[in-house]
Design a protein around this ligand. Structure first.
Ligand SMILES: CC(C)(COP(=O)(O)OP(=O)(O)OC[C@H]1O[C@@H](n2cnc3c(N)ncnc32)[C@H](O)[C@@H]1OP(=O)(O)O)[C@@H](O)C(=O)NCCC(=O)NCCS
Length: 188
């Protein structure tokens, strides 16, 4: 049987399955958690096309990012892709700054990903991350950085499988929940 797994650009055909995952309580954002779930359900109900368009923003034209504490930060260029194997599996987001691999303090890494609990255990996040790397390289980035908490073994394994090397530890700021986290780098 052909391998059904792929990354898709968010589009109307996938939206009911994405919305259903949110309704199950899944969040595409590990930092914001349920806040992001509710925000996105609200955006989808108000204007589904505008929501989909907002997920593909390689020029960073969208509104500022709203942090957990309600304060805002400038939006970077970026996009999201959805993991799909015939059903919705998860989401991966990539953001960057033009002309530099550096990121502002409020951005915890170039990439964030999540798989819905009922699709875990198939290595889908590693496949999604591997699929993004050629585009990151094509944008002239010498490397990308990804952060993961020490106890998040699945995330750390995912990053390591894609060539991630641990380069340091850092203290997360309050807007990201505080506590120590690990910083990985994937050389492109
Ligand atoms: C991180 C996440 C996306 C990985 O999902 P996934 O692709 O289904 O990952 P898998 O379950 O296939 O596990 C990936 C690897 O971690 C290993 N792993 C998973 N859970 C583990 C555990 N509790 N202990 C040891 N190893 C574990 C798997 O064996 C696999 O290892 P392998 O590559 O050597 O085969 C998923 O767990 C998730 O959505 N977590 C919540 C969101 C999150 O933490 N995102 C990352 C933010 S940095």
């Amino acid at each position: 049987m052909p391998d059904p797994f792929r990354l898709v650009t968010p589009a109307p055909v996938y939206l009911p399955a994405y919305r259903a995952a949110l309704e199950e309580g899944w969040s595409p954002n590990t930092v914001l958690g349920a806040i992001a779930t509710h925000r996105e359900l609200d955006q989808i109900d108000r204007n589904p096309m505008a929501f989909l368009i907002s997920l593909d923003d390689p020029k960073g034209k969208g509104p500022p990012i709203v942090m957990k504490d309600g304060t805002t930060r400038p939006r970077l260029p970026g996009y999201r892709r959805w993991m799909w194997d015939g059903a919705f599996c998860g989401s991966i987001g990539f953001r960057w700054q033009e002309g530099t691999a550096a990121l502002p303090d409020h951005v915890p890494g170039h990439v964030g990903f999540g798989v819905v609990p009922w699709k875990r255990g198939h290595g889908y996040a590693a496949r999604a991350l591997a699929a993004l790397l050629p585009d990151a390289r094509g944008r002239g980035l010498p490397w990308i950085e990804i952060t993961a908490d020490e106890d998040n073994v699945a995330s750390r394994r995912t990053i390591e499988r894609c060539g991630g090397v641990l380069i340091g530890r850092f203290e997360k700021d309050a807007a990201h929940g505080g506590g120590e986290s690990l910083r990985y780098r994937i050389t492109l």
